[in-house]
Design a protein around this ligand. Structure first.
Ligand code: GAL
Length: 712
């Protein structure tokens, strides 16, 4: 009897060890509201590792200390078949956001994606420029899988037999509300490796979760002031003289310009790259850059990382490159220090030391047919998959460190990113060019710690041109990318004035914009905010997509309606763009009163309003009490020592305080306390008397402060 008992216990033990059972996580608190659990064997390379994140611990402490989201206590993991299986419970009405830079959808519950760095292909299937494995729940938590693998996320699609909260079985014959997608009570994730790190971020709402994520990743980037002006990318193969002519044309026509982008052709060879200036087109690059700088204009260089046989580092970099080439150029393995050092040496000598302000890092995302295949081998020993998932991120980190060493901020462009990018001074862009989808991407960027620009290139009509130029001026980078089309802001004469006006408005808004980015850095609040992150916003309409028919829609499905055509820029500005062809549009106003930005008139209160097409202007609304600090419509962003006039607008009737941020706008001295927040305070008395006050402290580069009470 005793023997039988012993052998039964033995067998049970063997079973436990041989057949892995789903297990709970061992959560370890890393900072207030941030927990981590390791599952299986954690891999040596991960997005957060490559990004070198340095958590903003003090800012995290300030944000409060929420408890672990109890709902996630039931989460499970399992190692099987060489992979990690993860399961996180979902509640009934929970909404999920994030999971990469999506272009068509905002809410992600009920979707399946394999997160894979790639050029966006028109489907929200996970292949995108920043497939960040992070989702945010409106219940106040977020989950990050810090893996450099192509992970597959079933964001509430699978229905388990042992579900604690299973959907009811329905009958399509008799029940009208039968849905092709039954309710699922879990997010399930497959990571193709035997282990990974999982992070949980808590918060009182989705916004706080995003703030914690951004702060954990070091706080959002604070661009130099010039980065927030207007930027124009000149056509490929342009010479120094052609570029300078373009600059002179901007100046003569009165269009603002803060930095210029040189596209392929500034260098001797591109695709692959030599990285050295072409002596025919740019006989004296230093003089050319000095010339621009005298006009207070910075220069940004287009590159892709693939090394031509004509590059000075070609020979030396050989041992540190992959088995495969891209456009027959060598593919450096930036996981190896010698490769990074060779780049640093070349780029510093040939570009940074001459005054180049930043880069556009192209072609780090895909397409598959161009990039190295997954069978490629890298000398660091990391797989082609892991390198693909982190390549763009790695270049961002490496290059931003070069500028940091010079105590100079940069602000550039990149086509691939991943988790941990919040502090990176880079904005994502692509070639896809659907205007509506560009705005959806802008909105989605706010959940995942990346920046996106809906760049303008060209347009079929002047209406479309104006609409695109309007939205790009309300994004993290106001950019015209004329690399192929040679478009200028004034190319469509019938809207040239309106285009100028919105570009000027962008410049006028610099004090507001800069403060909004300071909030990103110091508080983790993204500059562009999806309505789902905004307090007092609610919209839960469900619609059945399409009519039932045998070809396009044989399984009619109920979906929650996405709000993907309006967003907040900072705390007070609601942007509701119109697209070419639209005669009118609906705007959903969050709780409280809202005012027209241009006139100060009340437009509605916590309701949906319909606005008519006004081609002249992009529709902008301001929250009651909203304070918008503005300056003059300058042609260039201010120099370090420049002091600007300040016009402070106040909307509505509420008393309020706006904390205006300022510093030198160029260096990292703000990390050493060289910055100031100045309180701009409006008090409105019962008799309707309104008054504005401020006490200027150090680092306040404004003069002639004037108040404008827009709604009075
Ligand atoms: C594309 C990029 C464009 C432009 C072009 C130059 O890949 O998205 O913005 O830079 O390369 O060849």
């Amino acid at each position: 009897m005793k023997r039988l008992l012993l052998s039964t216990v033995f067998l049970l033990l063997v079973r436990t060890f041989l057949v892995a059972q789903p297990a709970g996580f061992k959560w370890r608190q890393l900072a207030p509201g941030v927990w981590k659990a390791d599952v299986g064997k954690v891999e040596k390379i991960s997005p957060l590792g490559v990004a070198g994140v340095k958590p903003a611990v003090e800012a995290l402490k300030k944000l409060g200390s929420p408890s672990f989201p109890t709902w996630l206590a039931e989460s499970k993991s399992e190692l099987s078949d060489g992979k990690t299986y993860l399961r996180f419970p979902l509640q009934r009405e929970e909404q999920l956001f994030g999971l990469g830079l999506n272009f068509k959808s905002v809410q992600q519950r009920g979707r399946i994606k394999t997160l894979h760095v790639d050029h966006y292909n028109g489907k929200d299937d996970g292949r995108t420029h920043a497939p960040v494995p992070f989702y945010v729940s409106d219940k106040g938590y977020g989950v990050l899988v810090n893996s450099a693998r192509y992970i597959t996320v079933y964001a509430g699609t699978g229905v388990r037999k042992d579900s604690k909260n299973p959907p009811k079985e329905m009958d399509r014959n008799s029940q009208k509300d039968w849905d092709a997608q039954p309710y699922s009570d879990a997010v399930e994730i497959l990571v193709p490796s035997l282990g990974t790190e999982i992070f949980v971020f808590a918060g009182n709402n989705a916004m706080e979760v995003v703030q914690r994520y951004n702060l954990y990743c070091g706080g959002g980037t604070l661009p130099p002031k010039w980065g927030l002006g207007f930027t124009h990318r000149t056509p490929t193969l342009f010479s120094d003289q052609q570029v300078l002519k373009e600059v002179a044309d901007f100046e003569a026509n009165g269009y603002p310009l803060s930095f210029l982008g040189l596209e392929p052709g500034w260098q001797t060879k591109s695709y692959p790259n030599s990285f050295v200036w072409d002596s025919q087109r740019y006989p004296n690059p230093k003089q050319f850059l000095d010339n621009l700088l005298q006009k207070n204009i910075r220069a940004n260089l287009w590159i892709n990382p693939y090394v031509s046989s004509h590059a000075p580092i070609f020979k030396d970099i050989q041992p540190y490159t992959a088995s495969h080439t891209v456009w027959v150029g060598q593919v450096p393995d930036f996981n190896l220090k010698p490769a990074r050092d060779l780049y640093k040496g070349l780029f510093t000598e040939k570009h940074l030391n001459l005054g180049v302000s930043g880069y556009k890092i192209d072609e780090t995302d895909g397409f598959d047919n161009w990039l190295w295949p997954d069978v490629a081998k890298f000398p660091s020993g990391f797989s082609a998959e892991q390198v693909r998932q982190t390549y763009g991120l790695q270049f961002q980190k490496m290059s931003s460190d070069w500028f940091r060493e010079k105590n100079t901020r940069t602000y550039g462009l990149v086509r691939a990113s991943n988790a941990g990018a919040s502090a990176m001074p880079y904005v994502i862009y692509n070639d896809y060019y659907n205007h509506q989808d560009f705005i959806t991407a802008l909105i989605n960027s706010s959940f995942i710690g990346v920046l996106w620009t809906p760049e303008a290139r060209s347009s079929a009509t002047s209406e479309e041109w104006l609409r695109r130029m309007q939205t790009v001026c309300f994004s993290p980078m106001a950019m015209l990318n004329a690399w192929a089309d040679g478009t200028k802001p004034w190319t469509f004469p019938d809207v040239a004035d309106q285009v100028k006006e919105v570009m000027q408005l962008r410049m006028q808004l610099l004090p507001y914009l800069y403060t909004t980015f300071a909030q990103y850095h110091f508080e983790g609040k993204p500059p562009i905010r999806a309505m789902n992150l905004v307090e007092g916003f609610s919209f839960k309409e469900k619609t059945v997509e399409g009519k039932l028919n045998s070809t396009d829609n044989p399984y009619a499905q109920a979906v929650k309606k996405d709000i993907k055509d309006q967003y907040m820029l900072g705390d007070y500005l609601l942007v509701a763009p119109l697209f070419a062809g639209e005669k009118s549009r609906k705007v959903i106003l969050p709780r409280g009163k809202w005012y027209d930005f241009y006139t100060g008139k009340l437009v509605g209160e916590g309701e949906t309003i319909e606005i008519q097409n006004n081609l002249e202007k992009i529709p902008l609304f301001v929250k009651d009490g909203g304070i918008i600090p503005m300056t003059l419509p300058m042609l260039h962003t201010p120099r370090k020592e420049e002091v600007l006039p300040l016009f402070i607008r106040h909307y509505g009737t509420k008393s309020n305080t706006f904390n205006l941020y300022d510093d030198d706008g160029e260096t990292f001295d703000y990390e050493r306390d060289a910055y100031a927040w100045t309180a701009l305070t409006v008090t409105t008395a019962a008799d309707g008397k309104t008054e504005g006050r401020h006490v200027a402290g150090k680092e306040f580069r404004y003069k002639d402060v004037k108040w404008e009470f827009m709604s009075r």
